[in-house]
Write a protein that binds this ligand. Structure first.
Ligand SMILES: Cc1cc2nc3c(=O)[nH]c(=O)nc-3n(C[C@H](O)[C@H](O)[C@H](O)COP(=O)(O)OP(=O)(O)OC[C@H]3O[C@@H](n4cnc5c(N)ncnc54)[C@H](O)[C@@H]3O)c2cc1C
Length: 387
């Protein structure tokens, strides 16, 4: 068999687009299969932050935060039209669980892990609180400001996919992967588009189907390694109003979880929640209780803003199964291969922010079995196309 592709990727979210870009840039014949449209899954339902994840410091995920901060800096450089630096504010009240010392120490570490290359953090003086978009000032004891970044997750995914196409990758939208079987030096892959079945051969296959990762695994023969996992749903609401100063990271009044209140396309995005989800990934949706929890949080911090919901959406995180509570679970991406010299790799979990590094890690492993090629660019320096 002389395979038509070196790398076939299933899934057109940020991870699949990232691997398609990395594979094409490394000079490989690349095909990406997406059943719906690009970013149809979790990659259109995130909090739209490109960040280290300040809250992960609380669960000791130092390496994850450091790597994500490094990727944030790269994305600010290579996607200036898509990833923008924003001011974030953390208000602390008499009722807050986190103390000033706690937040100060966290932001100090966050800056240190970012390599000191970013704007630092500061206490916002009390005289400036009134200018913070109508933030509740009763009981307010301190406000911290730090820098992080925001993106449009769909636009970012499309830009990465377009970059992949510019380097020769084929992207087949509306094409569902239905199965693959080990054959010759790789896999024979079957897909369906508008009822028509097509087959192709590939040296390597990548499962980047996010919340569908387990379904995809069950369609591959012989069965590749699996990871016990859980899907965790997170909801956001969009409400009317303007946040001109930046983004807010607050404690939900009912359970003290961290919640973001963010400016988003002239309105306000509030999220997120966390609950275990056992249903069909395609059917995940916000629950009334989640929406009420987010409305209550928004109203507590911005009492002057309307809380009626213009839109809401839910997305799914893929987390390794463990005894820890949802907040304390690892957010690190796991790559599971069929062999030390892999022909098949599944991507479990991860963050939007880390897509580029994950893709490079996938390619490092696939290159062990792929023919040698001279890379045509470096994805850490390659500007992403805008528009
Ligand atoms: C609520 C929430 C908030 C988040 N916020 C952030 C954030 O602010 N910053 C951050 O860095 N990360 C964030 N994340 C994490 C980030 O959004 C995800 O890690 C990322 O979007 C996952 O991308 P993915 O490509 O793995 O999966 P997906 O985006 O779900 O892509 C999988 C794709 O596979 C396709 N597919 C499935 N089965 C098939 C098949 N048989 N054939 C063809 N195609 C198929 C699907 O249609 C889908 O498009 C958040 C996650 C959640 C849930």
């Amino acid at each position: 068999m002389n395979p038509s592709y070196d790398v076939v990727i299933v899934g057109g979210g940020i991870q699949g687009a990232g691997v398609a870009q990395a594979a094409a840039v490394h000079g490989y014949r690349t095909l990406l299969l997406e059943q719906h449209t690009l970013a149809a899954g979790t990659s259109s339902r995130s909090s739209k932050l490109v960040h280290g994840g300040l809250r992960y410091l609380e669960s000791g995920r130092i390496r994850l935060v450091r790597e994500s901060l490094r990727e944030r800096e790269i994305l600010l450089r290579i996607a200036p039209g898509l990833v923008a630096r924003r001011d974030f504010f953390i208000p602390l009240y008499a009722s807050s669980r986190r103390t000033k010392g706690h937040v100060h120490a966290g932001l100090w570490l966050y800056r240190l892990l970012a390599g000191g290359s970013v704007a630092g953090f500061e206490r916002v003086p009390a005289r400036a609180w009134e200018a913070l978009d109508g933030l509740e000032t009763a009981g307010l004891k301190a406000v911290f400001r730090y820098g992080d970044a925001q993106t449009d997750d769909v636009a970012l995914t499309r830009a990465v996919a377009r970059s992949a196409e510019e380097f020769g990758a084929e992207i087949h939208i509306g094409t569902r992967f239905v199965g693959a079987e080990r054959a010759g030096v790789g896999y024979e892959v079957r897909s369906v588009r508008e009822g028509v079945v097509a087959t192709c051969e590939t040296r390597t296959l990548v499962n980047a189907t996010g919340p569908w990762v387990a379904q995809t695994l069950s369609r591959v023969l012989p069965g590749p390694p699996r990871l016990p996992l859980e899907l965790v749903a997170g909801t956001h609401i969009i409400t009317e109003g303007v946040l001109g100063k930046g983004c807010y990271y607050v404690e939900a009044p009912s359970d003290h979880r961290g919640v973001f209140i963010l400016p988003w396309r002239g309105r306000i995005l509030t999220g997120t929640t966390e609950r275990l989800y056992g249903g069909d990934p395609a059917l995940v949706a916000p629950t009334p209780a989640e929406i009420a929890y987010l409305q209550e949080t928004l109203a507590a911090y911005f009492p002057g803003l309307p809380t009626s919901v213009a839109e809401s959406f839910a997305g799914l995180r893929v987390l390794p199964k463990s005894g820890r509570d949802l907040n304390g679970r690892s957010r690190e991406v796991v790559l599971l291969a069929d062999a030390p010299r892999p022909r098949f790799i599944s991507i479990f979990g991860g963050k939007l922010t880390g897509y580029r590094r994950t893709a490079e890690q996938v390619m490092e492993r696939l290159k062990l079995v792929l023919p040698g090629r001279i890379p045509r660019a470096d994805t850490s320096r390659l500007l992403l196309p805008v528009g």
